[in-house]
Design a protein around this ligand. Sequence first.
Ligand SMILES: CC(C)(COP(=O)(O)OP(=O)(O)OC[C@H]1O[C@@H](n2cnc3c(N)ncnc32)[C@H](O)[C@@H]1OP(=O)(O)O)[C@@H](O)C(=O)NCCC(=O)NCCS
Length: 379
Amino acid sequence: MDRKDNMSSKEAPVSIPTSAGQLGIRDRQERRLIRNPRVPYSDSHRDPVGFFRRHWEMLAQTGQNRTQAVIGIDGLVSQEPVTRTVLRTSVSDNVLEDILSNNLKSDLEVAVDISEFTGETHPDWFIYMAKNAPNRDKPAVPIEQMIAETEGGFRPITSPRERVLEVVNKGGSFIDSFAQEQIPQILSLWQKAFGWTENEVVAFRDKLEADKQKPISKRDMWFSGVMMDGKIVTASMAECLPIRTLDGEDKKIWELTEWVAAPAYRDQHLMTATIDMLNAQVISGSREAENGTDPFIYAEVNHHTHAERVAHGAGLIIPERHIKGTIVNQILVKNVSVGNGDPGMPLRDFHFVYLPKAEINTAYTPNQITIMLNQINTR
Ligand SMILES: CC(C)(COP(=O)(O)OP(=O)(O)OC[C@H]1O[C@@H](n2cnc3c(N)ncnc32)[C@H](O)[C@@H]1OP(=O)(O)O)[C@@H](O)C(=O)NCCC(=O)NCCS
């Protein structure tokens, strides 16, 4: 979950802070360099393993030598070194086996087979490779502790539909957009947690409104929030990342991001219901746009605030850690900072979670989704 992405210059036009990001190599806030290549490292390359290795080593090296313009709280711009380089891409089984069996393994943070979403008959591994500078490579919490705390998962006992209806019964209402005069409410949620500025919230709203006018197949963002006592008390968004599958098909995958609940409204499962509703919107949109196809939905969730509990409540799980006889942590080390009322905004470790197809099949059937979406007041 990202804070903001637009720190290059005060004069730069305001764009929307994105988490999923765009294709290509991008400088991202908090001194990160991220590459989302359009073409995966498939076995159709003559030497896929060698090609991937050279590529990753080159990118990691680029990160180490790169600086980034950072605006301080005094408004002054300074050049700071990039301390985290990330490659997010699809790789074949062959390439993954090579990563796992040699010294690239320590750079592998996440691996999940997305073939159940792409319809391929062979594994299509969506991976994160990451290299942090020495001053950033120690997790805020020991990896073993984070794994132990999340081992076994937490299965939802309430279905998304039931939880959404419970919120409505308690006097809450769901929104998929917000009015101009509600911008300060969104700002107060996203500024403290993720550092958004007012201009960025305005730009987000403009983009969301424009997006709502488009045909579903062209939409690339969704918003979900809950209102209680006349104000917006939770917010979240989904944005798409276009990828190409190993079989060469263009697909949209979806990242759920910017989850925040106002402190006085936490621990009432309002955030979980907000994510249930975000899932419902993304799934329904994807089914409409792609002839019934279910989307790959994922999130990077803050261990510090145990956002993985919210994720589990909404059906998202940490991918299997035991892969090909070894352990993949499925944890992003010192990813970004999130404000939670504590001093400063320290860098946090994040779990990677996704919504399995089996969960979509049982908890987000067309009938359940219709009931849920009917509860949105702003539709
Ligand atoms: C993360 C956050 C959105 C959770 O909001 P919330 O209102 O507590 O969420 P919900 O009530 O819907 O669900 C919370 C779940 O987490 C659990 N939980 C909440 N705080 C917890 C904690 N400190 N330790 C362990 N579990 C916790 C609750 O018990 C519940 O689990 P359950 O369904 O098994 O009972 C909120 O803490 C927040 O806004 N934090 C600051 C911003 C942030 O970190 N956002 C996440 C970015 S990925």
